[in-house]
Every structure is written in structure tokens, then in C-alpha cells.
Design a protein around this ligand. Sequence first.
Ligand code: NAP
Length: 556
Amino acid sequence: MPHVITQSCCSDGSCVYSCPVNCIHPSPDEPGFAAAEMLYIDPYACVDCGACVSACPVGAIRADTRLTDDQLPFIAVNADHYPAPRAGAKLPPTSKLAPVLPAPRLHKDGLVVAIVGSGPAGMYAADELLTQNGVRVSVFDKLPTPYGLIRAGVAPDHQSTKSITRLFDRISAARGFTYYLNVEVGKHISHQELLEHHHAVIYAVGAPGDRRLEIAGGDLPGTGSATELVAWINGHPDFAERQSGLDHERVVVIGNGNVALDVARILTADPQSLARTDISDAALQALRASSIREVVVAARRDPVDSAFTLPELIGLTGTAEVVLDAHDHALVRRDLEHARDAATRAKLEILSRLPDAAIPSTRPRIRLAYRLTPQRILGGERARAVEFTRTATQDTVTLDAGLVLTSIGYRAAPIPGLPFDDESAVVPNREGRVVDADGAPVRGAYVAGWIKRGPTGFIGTNKSCAMQTVAAIADDFNAGLLGDPPQRTGSMAKLVRARQPDLVDSQGWAAIDAAEIARGQAAARPRVKFTAVPDMVAAARSPRASRRKRPRHAVV
Ligand code: NAP
């Protein structure tokens, strides 16, 4: 009964560290780790101890006898990553793994670090720092609620992925951890002021913007980006006033990464199933009234180049009606003849079995479409169609659509006072140390997550990324390169509160959290989120709410 990793794999590698027989790969120190779509359990080496099940922060690992029907394809997905053992061959000797990436060791006490951003990269950095004696971290976020894209970017029907917040709750409850929520670095407090109270500042601010598609009509009403739509669906206060635009039969999404699949799946889902999640009330209402019959996910390249990952494709085809037209079926057949690696072949095989788009659908569906290069968005007062050329030809294809969403990747924004590489949209760094135009380290400044390496990878990819940054800080601290801050950390709270009276601390967040969970209880939902900052601040101040008990399985 080997164990199997399924769709919600977060790739943080916790399972790798827990496995006594080294049967989960790629591990964070192996070359394939950064590019892997998920981690895989070797069914021939698994000793079935279940240690990985307890270690996994998102509940992605199950014994193969306990898989749901939708999860059964993951038996082959895991096994295909490994060559089958030769008959009679011995399994590799069990080897208790030393920590795969060695933890840094501080030689002296008292390191204090500010972390800007409370998404996965910031939380994993805090976790790693707090494994050392005498370290304190101050975590800043401009929203009154923590956890970044886990709260605002993970689709609401992926509640299991959101359960990573239970790990983050444990990290933020650790001794030495202080929250400064609803505080914007650069507005309420400067980088220099942070350095006056801390040895180092880690920016883990992610990539809050979108890559822009510069085509005519790109700013017509009825156009937008998939990430904005996901933020609105998730109740992010900056997007609460967004017009839904779901009053047309077809949506076209440009780009076919995992974000495109997320929006296509939500826009075609049965609203009743979403009503059991933490989706925003406004989005749920709009989806109930939606006229959408088809979402076309349009890629400029071939099926073999699909940017979505195999686990997400398996998840999509298990829950939604997904079709291909005859032209694209022919492309899939052609690509299947040449595809080499197992994951790509598996994706193409799934695509090849999809129903033909000519067969009428009984419910809203998703059409995956290929070789469509966007040229312009047509319309007068609002978008009414997208004009593409067939990639590498002059042939034109026009798709009517009332909503056109670009989903061509996130883009980070410059951080005032730090260098920025405009081309790759990251802060230039060496292993997390920010470097200036001459390649010299900028004292005290570090980065982790998407602002460090660009918008790629999964939630858990940020763990090894943050560990590398923390190792750099530890080395610099040990080498005496980080001068002691002139101000005591204790004066920090006073300074911040003077600048931002609506500061939300750990207790305030606990009160918001409890109030949201309480709002969801009547409707058997994990929570009903506040979508306006003043409502969050009011909840943070409510002493009654903070005393409410938090149910065990509440995620953000
Ligand atoms: P992505 O995976 O980088 O996909 C971007 C898509 O946009 C690709 O299809 C790309 O096509 C296309 N594109 C780029 N420029 C274009 C242009 N000028 N015209 C037309 N198409 C263009 O980005 P993403 O979907 O935003 O995802 C970002 C990261 O978050 C990824 O690592 C993703 O796996 C991760 N994520 C994971 C999950 C999950 O695991 N559930 C969910 C959401 C996001 P080309 O390939 O031709 O460049």
C-alpha cells in the first residue's frame, strides 16, 4: 500500500524531510526540484510508514487504497516518475535523511529581522529564522489580514491548498514573532527606519501586478486580468468594487497557465458547490446570475507547450466539462507522436481523450484552444470579440466574447530605495542578498519569493527559496557584516502605532479571523471574509470576537 501525492501538492518538501527512506523526489537539493510540477513518491521504495502524511501541510498525501476516484490517476503520475525496478533488484538501502538543506547556525544571539510581506515566502522565512535561539522577527503587511496569495490568490474551490495557513498560524504563534498588519512599508515606515530597529530586512512582497498584453482594445470595458478576477473572487479589498462582467455567454482567457485554469474552472463551476467555500459574497452572487456558457482558454503555442501543470489538468478534467475542437485534437495527436517526458505525455494523453467541442454541452464548459496569437480586442463601448492570428500564419480567427481576461503571468513592482531589474521584474540579488548595479551587496537588504526569483513555482517552492535567504543573513550576521541597529526593537511598535493608529497586531488578526469564521458558521462555510479594510479594522478592535474559539479546520 504505497502512499501517493495528489493534486494539492505544495512542493514545500516537508514530506521529503519526514521520509525515513528517502523515497520522495525531487528533494530540494536535487537539480530537478525547481522545475518539478509536484513531488512524487517512489512506490517501489515507499515503506508505507505514513510519516509524510502527517508532515504534509496541505493534506495532499494518501495511501493508494484511500484515494477518491478523481485522485486515482495520481498513482500512475507518482509511479511514472521512477523507473520500474529490475526483477530481483534490491531496493535502495534505507537512509535517514539529514536535513536536506542544512539549517544555518547563528554564532551569537540577538538577531532581529523585519520581514515585509506575510505570504508564503515571508512566513517560511520567519519559520526558518525562529528555529534559531534568541531570534526575533517583525512581519509587516499592508493589509490587515496576513498570508498574501494564499488568501487572495488560491482559488476558493482549492480549500485543501489553503489549509497551509494552519502551518502559518503555528509559525506566527511562535515566541519571537510580531505582526505589524495594515502597515505599508514606504508609506507608514521607511526602509531606513526598519534598518534602525533591525539587523536586516527581508522583502517578501511577491509580484502584485500583471504582465501587460499590449494590444489594441486592451483597456476597453469588459477586459481585465485573470489575477484581478481571482482577487475579486477571493474578496481582496482592493478589488471589491470590480464589475463582474459575467452577463455574456463567452469569456476568452489569453494564456494557459494554472491561473487561467483556475478562473476557467470557477467561472464554469456550479455556484452551489462554491457556496460551501470562502468565496466572496459578491462573486458568488454574480456567478449565480452568470450567463456564461463557455470559457475559451487560448494559448499561442501548441498542446505540447501547455503552461498548466499535469496535476491541475487532472483536477480540472475531473471536475469540469473540458473540450477541444477538431483542429486542436489534430495538434494533440501530432504532439503525442513526439513527446518524450512522462509528464508531457500524460498531459497530451488526457487532452486526446477530451470530448469534441462539436458535441453540445449541457452545462457551462471550458474549451482549451491552441495556436492563437492575440492581435486586438474588438468592440465599441465594451469588448465584444478577440481577433487572433493562427500562430505563424496570416489566418485570422475571431472569437466573440463579452469578457476578455489576460492571464500571461504576474509582475513584481519596484521597491522604493532598492535596485530593480525592469526586464525580469525582480530585485537583483545573489542568493537573496540584494546587490547594486556594481554587484555589491546592499547592507541589510534581502529578498525572498517572487520578488527574488520571478513569479514561478508553487507555494512550497518558497520554503527552500526563503531558507537560502535566511542562510545568507545568518552568514552575514556571523561574519559581523550586519551592524547592531541603533534603536531598540521595543520602540518599533510605538513608532508604527504613532504613524498608523489602525495597526493590526496578532490579537487583532485573531479577532478578524474569529469574526469571519463566525460569519460563515450559519451557512456551513469555512468563513465569510470581510472585503473592506474599515470592516476588518473594526473586527480587529472587537474584544468579543477575539474571545471566540477558532474551529480546527478554518482556512483563509
Ligand atoms: P504562467 O504559468 O507563466 O503562464 C503564462 C501563460 O501566458 C502561458 O501560457 C504563456 O504562453 C502565456 N503568455 C505569455 N505572454 C503571452 C503573450 N504575449 N501572448 C499570449 N500569451 C502569452 O503564469 P500563471 O498562470 O500566471 O502562473 C504563475 C505561477 O503560479 C506558475 O508557476 C503557476 O504554476 C503558479 N500557480 C500554481 C497554481 C497551482 O498549483 N494550483 C495555481 C495558480 C498559479 P507561452 O508559454 O507561450 O509563453
